[in-house]
Design a protein around this ligand. Sequence first.
Ligand SMILES: C[S@@+](CC[C@H](N)C(=O)[O-])C[C@H]1O[C@@H](n2cnc3c(N)ncnc32)[C@H](O)[C@@H]1O
Length: 265
Amino acid sequence: MTDTKQSRSGSLYAVPQAVEDPAGCYFYHTMEIPGHGTIPGDWDLRGGLKEYLGGVEVRGKRVLDVGAASGCVSFYAESEGAEVVSYDLSDGNGWDIVPYARLGDDQFRLKVDTIRRLNRAYWFCHRATGSKAKMVFGTVYAIPREIGDVDVSIFGSILLHVRDPFLALQSALSLTRETAVIAEPLKIPSGGRPVMEFVPDSATAEKKETWWLLTPEIIQRFIAVLGFARSEVFFHTQKYQGGIPVKYFTVVGHRTEALRPEPEK
Ligand SMILES: C[S@@+](CC[C@H](N)C(=O)[O-])C[C@H]1O[C@@H](n2cnc3c(N)ncnc32)[C@H](O)[C@@H]1O
């Protein structure tokens, strides 16, 4: 298990896995891999990454990529000159699966295998691209302070998948000196209102991995509470499964209150 390797090494950072074969990997992102060409994934962010990050310049910045998946955003930020810490679940941490009472435990087991294959894809791309990005495994709700401060935190398409998006933001932004970048699909008309819609529906028991559809305004309200009172919203379109256009927004938040050390518990 990947997280076991992390704790065995006694280090915060996971020991890179030598994954040389794309078999057994789950590519969330379409990736260009030296020696392997284009490996198709669910989302093809190539060509849309600048927009995905709201145009934020990461050169010379320390960047935390929260929910890195197969690593496209991490490796892009690195290629732009950032020092990158990727962060994600390992197969030892639980995804916030919607606990539909009428479904059995299999819904949880399935996700463990997906995360294992997703982690493999990250290490495959990490090795093949010669990446120096560091990986920390854990839940978004408890990002270790030992990572130290970062300049930029990136939340790409993760808040919709977590039961508590505010706590997820609080966890990362308490380490973030300058900029918060949050990209989410644009699915509900907000009418300018700070709202989020609860996705799970017991009638269908579908969407076991998705909790919320958020508006840009609620994200702006969340991050303002956390000390990022100045923010902008950008709109763009990204490509899903072979090119289906999906509307997206990215909120870029700027720190307006000093970063304070965590209070003693
Ligand atoms: C939909 S993918 C987005 C990948 C990438 N950030 C992007 O923008 O393309 C969501 C990622 O968040 C991670 N994730 C989901 N729930 C999490 C949690 N509770 N803690 C940490 N990571 C989580 C998943 O493992 C996955 O890598």
